[in-house]
Design a protein around this ligand. Structure first.
Ligand SMILES: [Zn+2]
Ligand SMILES: [Zn+2]
Length: 70
């Protein structure tokens, strides 16, 4: 797999979109692994330095999918 930005060999895959990134273009970004309820408030389990390609635009919060609510 090659880097999305410069076509060099990728060292990893963006956690958010799956694009490949080389070490020069690898960024990190907090990634919400899981949401859970604790004491009546919602908490998020976050990976602080998930690999991020810098090309995609992940939303800061999960998007509601009401049509999947059955
Ligand atoms: Zn690159
Ligand atoms: Zn990405």
């Amino acid at each position: 797999m090659d880097c999305w930005h410069c076509r060099r060999t990728a060292v990893g895959t963006c956690r958010f979109c799956g694009r490949g990134v080389c070490e020069d273009h690898a960024n990190t970004k907090p990634f919400v692994l899981e949401l859970f309820r604790a004491n009546e408030s919602m908490k998020a389990l976050v990976v602080e330095d998930a690999l991020f390609c810098g090309a995609c635009k992940p939303r800061p919060a999960p998007v509601d999918l009401p049509e999947l609510d059955v």
